[in-house]
Design a protein around this ligand. Sequence first.
Ligand SMILES: Nc1ncnc2c1ncn2[C@@H]1O[C@H](COP(=O)(O)OP(=O)(O)OP(=O)(O)O)[C@@H](O)[C@H]1O
Length: 227
Amino acid sequence: MISFNNVSVSFDLPNGESRTVVENVSMDLDRSDMAYLIGPTGSGKSTLLRLLYMDRFPDEGVAQIGDYRSDLIDRSEIPYLRRSIGVVFQDFQLLPDRSAYDNVAFALYATGKKRSEVKSRTMKALTRVGLNHKRSNFPHELSGGEQQRVVIARAIANDPWVLLADEPTGNLDPVVADEIQELLVSLHRQGMTLMMATHDYRLVKKYPARTFALMNRQLIEIDPESL
Ligand SMILES: Nc1ncnc2c1ncn2[C@@H]1O[C@H](COP(=O)(O)OP(=O)(O)OP(=O)(O)O)[C@@H](O)[C@H]1O
């Protein structure tokens, strides 16, 4: 379960004023949902995702992901929260001097897993994204779509119940974007809750799901067919 309950977020500007990005927004996602977050550049899509992995806290209201609530969480719990969810960003953020395998394994070692478990989870995650055969390749030897598959493998290696994705297809051409979207949809069908920020209305129409639009500081659920 994911929810925003009357959430407002403002940022302080260098001139001493503050800018409200979202104001009193609310939404609820069920465990079985897939949802898009759409809106113009600067409307606050990344900010809402950041509230969910608690990289930032609401000024008003409550953000909740699973059992973790922004108003009740202790700072020491945040690493556990982040281990329970998967996160994918637009810029690939792969370690350039590590193979695809090591990029995924590295994230698992960081959570304190044993070598044998790291190996089995890494192989499973790379297989799920269709990239096990390229596990020894370095990022520069992989296409943009393949690099994004490694990022997704890294995000799902810990078997999270939910995947948060911020413009996961943003740097990819339409054919490759479709392939990545099909992978995300298949992960959702296999049981993962999916919440994804995107600019790409073409993808939203082609792979329809619950759609929330951010505009003028408000969040409303819309019919993806209306885009
Ligand atoms: N740490 C920060 N300090 C000040 N302003 C910020 C900060 N983070 C975000 N903002 C501002 O908040 C607004 C919303 O940013 P956000 O990145 O959430 O938008 P977005 O919808 O994800 O945009 P894009 O589609 O371009 O990624 C923007 O005007 C941005 O400049």
